[in-house]
Design a protein around this ligand. Structure first.
Ligand SMILES: *Cc1c(COP(=O)(O)O)cnc(C)c1O
Length: 399
């Protein structure tokens, strides 16, 4: 017997829940891809995204996923042999570093493990040793979707400035964009990469690179830019198709436009507040479960937890079974444990993640938490009581 009827709820950390309005916006015939409305829609998307990132810099759009803009950013700025420092506090930090390594960059990883943010002091110590200023770029992930850690970008900028190092600061905001507060220019970030399928509530396939004047100047002097990733024609096109290096992703642009309209209607500040509240509701439930049993938040200090995703540990219990139960019996799809492929975490099986990004409201989230609570009971996984009460107390503070 399964009760997985009704509308399925996918709370993996991306792609996030797609609003009906966004899906409907794509139900249109193919447009003119050379002039007219599509040109205006694209311009407006780029303008809105810059505002959402808190930058007056330029925004390049790519037909790609997040991995693509990792490569795009590196390809515009660096060439083989250039020294890059990657700050890793989860799988995605390593992923970006690996991309650079395959491209022939001289990548060094500063490792901060799976359970803690990047330490600004360790960063400034490392930069101090680089008296010749060989390091050209510093890569960091704002919210690493595997560990659910959120790094303190302003403090990392401070750590770079404290030692007067000139390296560019590149930030991956793919998971955090429109979920966690982010102020690219105020925080002194030179390059931001993001993608459309998480906080931006759009089917996967669009990704963005924002860059400031300092990065633009370095890119102009870089001789080895690839034709596809080159951001100059994309931001300063002579013809519209140069924005995409080819055919425009027509229907994704309609979808992205509609999602940005929804974002504008709600307001950036309200969106950040909603994500903070829903995240706290998740944590409150986990704290209650943790009072009697193995479940706990992977990131101990709430100040360093992402508002978009929560990684939950339950060693030595098999959370694959819990995810299966939630999906097969109840229609709730949760995220698997990513980046925990070690015996301590049963090769990732004792870990699961709840995505709480994008188009989500209290009944969706409270329903998911109640379903997880049921699954823990059904499978006899030890857990403290009162999780739903604790989450409801948090959502009661909406106004
Ligand atoms: C999802 C994600 C990526 C990868 O994006 P893809 O679209 O899957 O290529 C990279 N970084 C972070 C932080 C992410 O959450």
């Amino acid at each position: 017997m399964s009760f997985a009827r009704g509308r399925e709820l996918v709370l993996t950390p991306g792609p996030s829940v797609m609003p009906d309005r966004v899906l409907r916006a794509m139900q249109r015939p193919a447009p003119n891809i050379y002039e007219g409305e599509l040109v205006e829609i694209t311009d407006s998307i780029l303008r809105d995204l810059g505002r959402l990132a808190g930058t007056v810099g330029e925004t390049a759009l790519y037909v790609s996923n997040g991995h693509g803009v990792w490569e795009a950013a590196l390809s515009n700025l660096f060439g083989p042999g250039d020294a890059i420092l990657a700050l890793a506090s989860g799988t995605f930090g390593h992923g970006w570093a690996d991309t650079g390594r395959v491209m022939g960059l001289d990548v060094e990883v500063l490792e901060f493990g799976r359970h803690a943010p990047v330490d600004p002091t360790a960063l400034s110590e490392r930069l101090k040793e680089d008296t010749a200023h060989r390091i050209k770029g510093i890569l960091v992930v704002h919210a690493d979707t595997s560990s659910s850690v959120r790094n303190d970008v302003p403090r990392l900028r401070q750590a770079i400035d404290d030692v007067g190092h000139p390296a560019l600061l590149l930030v991956d905001c793919i998971a955090s964009f429109c979920c966690d507060v982010y102020e690219m220019d105020d925080w002194g970030v030179d390059v931001t990469v993001t993608a459309c399928q998480k906080g931006l509530m759009t089917p996967p396939g669009l990704a963005y690179v924002m860059f400031n004047g300092k990065a633009a100047a370095i890119a102009r002097a870089n001789p080895v830019r690839s034709p596809y990733w080159n951001w100059s024609p994309r931001t300063q096109p002579e013809r519209f198709y140069e924005r995409f290096c080819g055919t425009a992703p027509t229907h994704l642009l309609y979808a992205q436009r509609e999602a940005l309209d929804m974002i504008a209607e709600e307001g950036r500040a309200a969106i950040f507040k909603r994500h903070a509240l829903l995240a706290r509701a998740v944590w409150a439930a986990v704290v209650a479960w943790s009072s009697d049993g193995p479940l706990r938040c992977n990131i101990e200090d709430p100040e360093f937890r992402s508002h978009a995703v929560t990684t939950i540990l339950a060693d030595p219990h098999d959370m694959l079974q819990l995810r299966r139960w939630c999906e097969d019996e109840a229609g709730l799809i949760l995220g698997l444990g990513l980046g925990f492929l070690v015996p301590e975490f049963m090769e990732g099986k004792s870990v699961f993640r709840i995505g709480h990004m994008g188009h989500l409201n209290p009944p969706m989230l409270l329903g998911a938490l109640a379903t997880i609570d049921s699954g823990l009971k059904a499978l006899d996984i030890p857990h403290g009581s009162g999780a739903l009460e604790a989450a409801a107390v948090v959502t009661a503070t909406i106004s």
